[in-house]
Every structure is written in C-alpha cells, then in structure tokens.
Ligand binder design. Structure first.
Ligand code: ATP
Length: 404
C-alpha cells in the first residue's frame, strides 16, 4: 500500500520528511516492512509552502487501515497545528493512482476538490486536518511517477537540540563533496566558499546529501563529522530532475509555472537595485523578461555577457512577469558588433548620417556611403549551458553535473 503525508510543519519547526522517517521506523517495529520512502517536491511557486513544498510517500507491506491509523495518530501528535498554514493531509491507497494529479501538482496549481476526486476514484482512505490543504500534496505523493529520480540522505538532530545552532564540521563537508562529486552535488558551493546542505531554520534536519544513488549519498555521509543524530533516512526523490519544467513560448507564460523557453536576446542586460540583473528575450513581438537575482552571484555575469541577437534557451519559474532564471543554454552567439558612421574613402574624414535610411555623407568632400563601419567584438562567453550556483539552486532544478 502507499501512504502520502503533507503539510505538518510550520516556520518554527517540524518537517514532513522527519515525520516520515519516524513513521517508517514505527511501522517496521509493528512488523510492516517499508519498501521505499519517497520525498516529492511540488510546484515551488505555491504560496502556502513553509519551505521547499515537500510531500512524502511511503510504500508499505501491511494492512492499509492499520498503516493509515498509525500515520494519522503520528500526525495528530507531531504536526504544528497551532500555525494557521499547517493543514495536514494523510492518504492511504492500495494501488498507485494515475500520475496526472502528481504531474499537475509539480507543474501547476491544484485544488482540494481535485485531490478528493482523485482519492474517491482510487478508493483511498484519507483525512484532512483543519482546512485539509495537505491532501493536495499527500495525494500528489501517492500518485507520483518518477521517470527520473535522485536520492537524498537526510540526517535529523536529537530532539533536545532542536532550535540550537547546528554543529557540522565544515571541512568534512568539503571533503565529502570533493571525493564524491559529480555523483553527489550541492553539499557545498566551492565557487562561493559556503556550505549548502545544512539548513539555518529551526527544523529537525541536521544536513542532507543529494546524489545519484543510495550508495553514493551514503558514502558521502560517512565522511561528515557532526553532532549526534537521532534518525537518518535515505529518500528516493524527484529533486534535481527538472520535473517542474514544461515547454513555453515568450509572451505566453502563466504566472507560477516553470518553463523551458527559447528566444533571441533583445537588448543588453540591465543591473537594477540590489544587484539584480535582467535581460529580455523574444521571438518577433513576443518578448519576455528574464531575471537573475543577487543570490545567483556569478551567474549574473552570464547575462551580462549576452548580446542582442544571441539565441538562448532559458529555464525557470515565471513569477511577477519575469522568468526567474535557473539555467541558460547559449545556442548561438550573434556576431556582436558596434556600428558607427564610416570614414570617407575619398578624404578620410568621419562621415555623418545623410538622414533616415539614406546612408552616410561626407560633409568635407560630399562623398556618399551606404553602409556603416562595423567593429566586431570578441565574445567573452561560449555557447553551452550555464547554471546558478549550488547556493542558489532550487530543489527541483537538475544540476548540469547530471546532464543538460
Ligand atoms: P512540509 O515539510 O510541511 O511539507 P513545505 O514547505 O513542504 O513543508 P507545506 O507546509 O507542505 O510546505 O505547504 C504546502 C501546501 O501547499 C500543502 O498544503 C500542499 O498540499 C499544498 N500544495 C502543494 N502543491 C500544490 C499545488 N501544486 N497546488 C496547490 N496546493 C499545493
């Protein structure tokens, strides 16, 4: 049977993945083997999310009613009910329902009614606490199909340490990354010299190692020295798979969805307040603004190196009228150059414009020329893929070390 759970935490603590890890242990003690623990990231633009819009799915060999009741009991005991945005959902189903609802939940927006319709059709048992919004994520979790998957080794703190500063040896994290990259990623950000895998929020997570297989994440985890942990769990995930992206077109994007869009750079990048960099790409009259915010650090220089006429493929979420860039692929570079009036071939003086569409005229000797003088510039960037650094990467984004 499959068990889905979502929306148990609040900004002041808890984490649905932690509840999943504890529940897996309880079920095993009750002699119900847990075959898989899955961590699904859903649409990152959902406003109700506490942090990373995660939901979990446990595949269990056991009686559906018994598992469901144990899960509801645990959620009732651990969820942060006092927070208005904590509305847990628990779902139990014998067979995995079709994946459409999961696909919509990761790429778009869903309603509680849509979730309940899916649960009804699947003959599921379910419970929505408070306003029941967590049923959306819990339903998506049991419907999830993973054509591509990665793994995360999550470690959780002793409960008496919750809310206190975390103690994880920085050097051991850098060593773990260097001995396992590209099979693991986003443990640290080497270019920006910072640790990425240790959260700063008051939740139970101590650190998480992401990678391509259970053995690679476990191998990296072994190398990390830290305070004692209470529970450790390897999750199967849709993180790092680009599952949120759909193909889109400039000028026809929906707020809150995430896209792959191809276009031609229309103008040079602009740097705005706070160091945010924007650029416009288009196809004919259909133009879309793309943003690289300050936290994307050196990635902003990719935008600054683009010239009008460059052909690019960009990925990211469409929010507030712009694409918040996750990756850029430079398909072709335009032969970028600057134009100015030509030098007169007869007398050597700099010519001036002869009027709109009339070419150039020499004010000294009266000669005419049609074409301007074009100076081609050496480009400072090459075609290919570029990505935001680990410190700015969102959970679902596929890192380039996994392929484009
Ligand atoms: P947690 O660790 O508790 O899961 P979180 O950051 O993952 O924290 P939630 O607290 O789960 O965020 O809040 C997200 C809420 O949004 C949940 O109630 C979930 O059911 C709902 N939700 C998730 N995806 C969608 C979607 N695509 N459309 C509408 N609601 C969604």
């Amino acid at each position: 049977m499959l068990l889905g759970i979502d929306d148990t935490d609040s900004p002041s603590g808890m984490c649905t993945t932690y509840l999943g890890a504890l529940l897996a242990r309880r079920l095993i003690k009750m002699h119900m083997p847990v075959l898989e623990v899955r961590l699904l990231r859903l649409n990152p633009n959902v406003i109700y999310k506490t942090r990373g819009n995660a939901a979990i799915c446990l595949e269990v060999e056991g009686d559906t009613d018994r598992v469901f009741e144990t899960a509801c009991e645990m959620v009732a005991g651990l969820a942060h009910f006092s927070h208005e945005n904590t509305n847990p959902g628990v779902v139990a189903v014998e067979n995995r329902p079709p994946p459409d609802f999961y696909r919509k939940a990761v790429r778009d927006f869903c309603t509680i009614e849509e979730a309940v319709a899916v649960l009804g059709a699947a003959g599921a048992r379910y419970k929505g606490f408070k306003n029941g919004r967590g049923l959306i994520g819990a339903t998506a979790a049991v419907c999830s199909d993973l054509p591509d998957m990665t793994f995360e080794y999550l470690t959780y703190r002793n409960s008496n340490a919750f809310g206190t500063p975390r103690s994880v040896d920085r050097e051991s994290l850098f060593d773990a990354e260097s001995s396992t990259f590209p099979h693991t990623w986003d443990t640290v950000d080497i270019e920006n010299n910072c640790v990425v895998c240790v959260p700063h929020t008051p939740d139970p997570v101590l650190f998480g190692i992401r990678g391509e297989s259970p053995s690679w994440v476990a191998f990296a985890r072994m190398q990390v020295n830290s305070e004692a942990t209470e529970v450790e769990q390897i999750f199967v995930t849709n993180q790092g798979t680009d599952a949120h992206l759909v193909d889109g077109e400039t000028g026809a994007l929906t707020e809150g969805c995430s896209y792959r869009v191809t276009g031609t750079v229309c103008s040079h990048a602009q740097t705005g307040r706070g160091g945010h960099v924007s650029i416009e790409i288009g196809n004919g009259d259909m133009v879309t603004r793309c943003m690289a915010y300050e936290p994307t650090k050196g990635f902003r220089n990719v935008l600054r190196a683009l010239w009008p006429g460059d052909r690019v493929l960009v990925t990211g979420s469409y929010k507030g009228g712009s694409i918040n860039l996750e990756k850029v692929c430079i398909i072709t570079l335009s032969p970028a150059g600057t134009t100015r009036p030509p030098v007169c071939p007869s007398c050597g003086a700099r010519m001036t414009s002869a009027g709109s569409l009339k070419g150039y005229k020499c004010r000294k000797c009266g000669a005419h020329e049609k074409e301007p003088q074009v100076t081609l510039h050496d480009r400072t960037i090459a075609p290919g893929w570029y990505e935001v650094p680990p410190v700015a990467r969102r959970h679902l984004v596929k890192p380039l070390c996994r392929g484009p």
